[in-house]
Design a protein. Sequence first.
Length: 145
Amino acid sequence: MNTKEATWWLSWRPIPVSKIVAVDFWTGNKYECYNFEMHGRHALEKEGIFAPSKEALQSLSNVIDSTHPLEATKALVICPNLQSREVVVVRGAMSQTYYSIEDGSQIGNFQTPENEGLRSWILENKQELLSCWKRAVSSYHAFQA
């Protein structure tokens, strides 16, 4: 089995994003260029993490600019416990920020500036994000069983 050991190395320092030239995914018989819809969505759902539709994620990429050609903006929903409120995690532009699905406001970490376009995107996709939340809650119950 080809595991690409020749492309690996150890580093005790951070690797600059500019040094990352490819992200490959092992399909079971070959490596392919990683694609979230083909390789990532199903794997995340098995772990209880849900993303809105491909179309919603594409529209999100119009709101948050990628800072690297291999970076794909994501909105992810997970239920860490039953007391949690409905939250979406938005990853993009080299940051990760938590937002209320209910009103689109930032939660907790305010290292990223308020983005009215992102708030609007959350509110426009609220029903789909709440559907992801329901799936995440169901997944939480399944993990606890």
